[in-house]
Design a binder for this molecule. Sequence first.
Ligand code: C2E
Ligand code: CA
Ligand code: CA
Length: 543
Amino acid sequence: MTSGLLPPQVLQAVLEQLAESVLITDASGRILYVNEAFERLTGYRREEVLGKNPRFLKSGRHPLEFYQAFWQGILSGKPFRGVFVNRRKDGSLYTEEKVVTPVQGPTGKVEYLVATSRDITEEMALKSRLEELSTLDPLTGLLNRRAFSEQVETDLLRSGSRRALAYLDLDRFKAVNDTLGHAAGDRVLARLGSRLREALPHGVVGRLGGDEFAAWFPAKDALEAREKAQHLLRAVGMEVVVEGQPVRLEASLGLALYPEHGVTLAELLRRADLAMYRAKAFRLPHPEVFTPDLDGLTPQTLALEAEFHRALASGKATLWFQSLLDLRHQTYRDAEVLFRMESPRGLLNPLGQLDLSRRAVNEALDRFVFSQIALLQKRFPSLRLWANVTPWSLSDPGFLALVEQEVHRGLHPERVVLEVSERLALPHLSRITPALWRLKTLGFRLALDDFGTGQTSLLHLKSLPLDFLKISRELLWLGRGEGGESRVGPILAHLVEMAHGLGLGVVLEGVEREEEVALARHLGCDLAQGFLLHRPSPEPVCP
Ligand code: C2E
Ligand code: CA
Ligand code: CA
């Protein structure tokens, strides 16, 4: 049997060998005892600390109130539990989970304080690292997408002041990864992270993923936004040396302004992204601010548009020909000119994928086509050229000025037929009619293209100064199916008759089969066009 009490020498051994650090002071806070674990934890030897007040361990990390609360609890006789950040003898910080127990003497007064503590430095470091990881991108140290979005969104709720969102995408970063390896690529990104942060001390910079970054910063107008964003581009352009190799990056940067371009993060991001795509497509070396005409465009359209402009500027654009057969004389004296450009994907017509209602596109196209027509007329003096124009050209005073200028320089309008598509023209009819009359007065012939798919009644056409009707190939092709001929035949016959009644010449286009030529003849059409007769080619059929 034992009494349950340990002899003093056993108690001493227990204290000495306890894994927790133990510190015992008297009521005034003078250290009476520390164990070996204390020595290991703090780096102080026992002789150095006995008789002293433990305040030499203070890190300065806790406010005064922390210690006041501590002493209040202790003096009232209650144990105090808490996490302390203290300083070791070598100056380094450690975090301990501490319990300080007041121990009463025989009189009931607090005579000793016993502090036991557990070192949780590593646990805490791990925890804060995990927290960091959930907000910071581990590679660049920038905010990750989620944290960046949260910051911007909180800011949007609070802030009435004007700001800008920058969307930055590295150009050809894949090449860095491919040539130097992914590890080197990662080092370049890590370096870039700190540079971007330094470039924008009053903003928030985040990595949205891969080689895409975003920044959110105060800017009172577009000018200031551009200036600040220029710092980001400059940071990207600074040389980085990896594996002994100097690497110089480039980026494209788009800006959206708060509040004029959007009041939500999603809207601002979308529009900054569109502006970024324009910067990338046109290889702009400066920040590009969003403009409303970008809405609705896809990055692919923008890239193609830029390719189109480059092709025009570098002689990679050309006109091909598709000759038309004169059914009465069996001759090819007419040819439609069709736009083509060289691209990495071969020679193609990009116009179907471009937005021709965009003035810069339409204008550049017309400028090219009409300058070419003037040259082609010299090369093929007996040919009549048919050229396509859009309703957007026809409602633009600049277009008429361009055409008049070409006529003035020697273009022969009487040897040109201008085609405008019925479907495109229809919604703009009243706006384009004056231009059609002006062109007619200048001497051009006019044709309504792809007729029969829109809703224009032939009578409607009486008010337009037209010379030709090109019957839509879709309408012709409707006649191809089982019994199609008997359904479409009468419609075509009626169209041709009405057109002739109005004094218009008729073209049947999309002719791909012998029987369709025969049909054109039978209907009394004037001209026929189609792959069977002549496929679009670099040269017209010689008359
Ligand atoms: P569009 O005015 O209807 O021009 C005829 C298009 O139909 C051409 O395509 C031609 O290759 C195609 N085609 C002609 N005959 C046949 C046929 O028998 N079968 C088939 N399957 N297709 C045939 P392309 O050259 O790709 O041109 C497409 C459109 O692009 C043109 O349609 C025109 O609206 C526009 N376009 C072409 N060049 C110009 C231009 O210089 N300016 C403007 N504004 N538009 C142009
Ligand atoms: Ca056409
Ligand atoms: Ca056509």
